[in-house]
Design a protein around this ligand. Sequence first.
Ligand code: 5GP
Ligand code: MN
Length: 318
Amino acid sequence: MTLDNILVEIKKAEKIVIMAHETPDGDAIGSVLSMYLALKKLGKEADVIVKEFPRTFSFLPGAKNIKTKSDIEKYDLAISLDCADLKRLVGREYFEKAEKTIVIDHHGTNTMYGDLNFVNPVSPACCEILAGMLEYFDISIDSEIGSCLVAGIITDTGGFKYSSVTAETFEFTAELLRKGVNVSEIYQRVLETKTKSSFELLRRATNRLELLEGGKVAFTYINKKDEKEVKAEPGDHEGIVENGRSIEGVKVSVFIREKEENFYKVSLRAGNGSNINVSDICYVFGGGGHPRAAGATVQGTVEQVKEKLLKEIRKAFC
Ligand code: 5GP
Ligand code: MN
């Protein structure tokens, strides 16, 4: 079975590289770091490639070992975590050249681009998949690995509040608490602490927020100029889209962020009680994600991107 084959490949490989999706969030960071630490326990020193590392997660064990690039051209094994498709993978050049590739993910839209693919769309976080996987591999989850895993679980479940949370999520977290992982502190650091720049971005985005389609759509944006003016760092935009989602009556919250000239990174969230599948909407634009949280990159100005998105969102309302 795939899991056994994954362990065989890991044990066989000498040069291993681990990577995740662009603009990494807590689940991406928690996944790569926990995998890095777990491989260490098997006697493997892997490279972890991450660009735009958010400062929020720099307290996590292993964070200091992260690289932005490597001198090794051809790895024996490349492991992609929490990334649905090859075009969003940071370090894809290493992935494409590697002898063997493994994809571990929880996005329903995963394109199965590895030699071995372990994808569970029901899992609320890639970190939760890894928790089960490490257990299966008989690698004991110590408090360092546990801290990384719980950081990913907390961020991808919005602090255990999304409907994707399972009984296992709580059981695993309880287990970590017993092992001495400071879940409360990790929660405070990853969800309840904002950099000042992040707060300034949120303030701007909140001021601009529009309620459209009779209050069913919340829309806001930030551009490069905003990020420059508030001296934004990687990850500072995280959470802005959640703001619109919590407004009464909002079925879809839209947040767009300028990626490069005339291209916006789109984040969509389904509002409370909304049955709109935002992953389907993002799929139209070549993106994807989860039914209640998804993204894509869309070309145009703020107004043009807004109109393109509204057109698809209106269809979903019918
Ligand atoms: P966010 O809005 O936080 O960037 O992303 C929400 C979810 O959608 C995450 O699970 C993320 O991995 C996924 N996602 C965001 N952008 C894209 C994209 O362009 N393509 C795909 N396939 N998934 C995306
Ligand atoms: Mn994830």
